[in-house]
Design a protein around this ligand. Sequence first.
Ligand SMILES: [Ca+2]
Ligand SMILES: [Ca+2]
Ligand SMILES: [Ca+2]
Length: 474
Amino acid sequence: MEGDMVILNKKGNVLLYVIIAMTMISLLGTGAYFMTSTSTFSGLSMNNLNKAYSLATGGKDYALMKNLGDTAGRTFTIKKLDGTLGDKFLLEINGDKIKSTGIVNEGTPYEARRMIEVTKSGFASKADISFARDMAAMTPIQVGGTDLISKTDTYISLGKIGAAYQSKFGAVIYGGSATEGGCVAGKCKFGEGIRAFFTFQFASGSAGDGITFTLFNGDQNDAGSVGGYAGSGELMGYAGDSYVSAGYYLDGEGGRGIQPPKVAVEFDPYANPGTGSICSSNSRNDGSSKNHMALMFWGNNTTSCGSTVGKYTFDDNRHGSGSGSNEEPTNGLRVAAGGDACSYFNGDTLCGGGSLSWPDNWLLNWPSNAFAFRMEVTRKLTPEASGNYQYRFKVWIKRCASGDPTCSADYSDTADYVNTKKDYTADNPTLDRTIEISPTYHQRFDTMLFGWTLATGGATQSVPIYRFRMNFKK
Ligand SMILES: [Ca+2]
Ligand SMILES: [Ca+2]
Ligand SMILES: [Ca+2]
């Protein structure tokens, strides 16, 4: 799978190289045509029109293959085999409509243009990665032969209820190779960011320790990376080096855990309010007994437990941990402890002001605890004046009045809130946090992996995840 290079001429001056994969045939066809015709086309207007038509077709195929989003006008310039710039196609995309114009000899007396327009049903909300298409690539990471995590064609079940499932941890990580996200073995191009959506509900009888949705860098991790530590449910499978028993680490890497940079949205229904040694139980600084959803990073890079590579990961989900430097963004912390509601949501106080007044046990309050979750990450590719790189995390959580964990009656697949192909702007995010990280950490995030982590202690839980979908900003 390789083909011509296309130069993406975006915003007039930024040139990015993009490999055409599936459109190889049409673009190679036009490329070859250029090569053989450049010296002879002069005056042959019919040839130019044919070339323009081929370009328009190639542009349409490219938009479909890359699953591009809406654009009022975006020009792509063909790079010829000899390295020089050739002709162009212009894409205008609006929902299901794709308009592609092939442009030959622009600005010369021999200029020719052909435009084609296609309507592709469902294109306006087509996901790059989804349960509907990619469930096979959603890979449970758990102790061999156990069924803590299970999945069907439509949902993933994180955890099970009962004594047999106490003190367990694991994860589900995407390990696929979606072309639309430039993914290889689960490592996707983070690019300008992502949008993700799913619904979930802690099943009746669930108690803890909770789950996270996480994005972590592909430089220091792979699709087998997982945190956790035997008997420490409060680490939620996100913090910790994945120790199971003597000589056995669930990550298969001798205890790397999930290395920074990384981010998680934790859904924490179990209070571990202690603030003592991070190597001891009850040390997450959870605060009051209120269930919470918080933005967590990786705490600090100095406090350690044990001697594995993952020894610095044990505070990764301790609230308030991390100095706030460009290599230690501070984990979300509740308002009452000096934190802010834009990084830590307790079911009540909103980031943008106001309150929801959900009950303290809002995550567990079955059956009124079906939720639709959405996250958008904006990743700036140019540095700030400080030399650091900015990341903005927006998170929404909406309770589904139906009480149905799929929220199907509450939000259709084409609802703006569900559609991850577009930014969501209808209301303020529940959490909204901007951080800046060092060039080194930013570079590690060139690729990212994603998935869910979970853990239990004495309290167990079952949390089905439905309707996951993700799009890459592009
Ligand atoms: Ca907790
Ligand atoms: Ca917590
Ligand atoms: Ca840490």
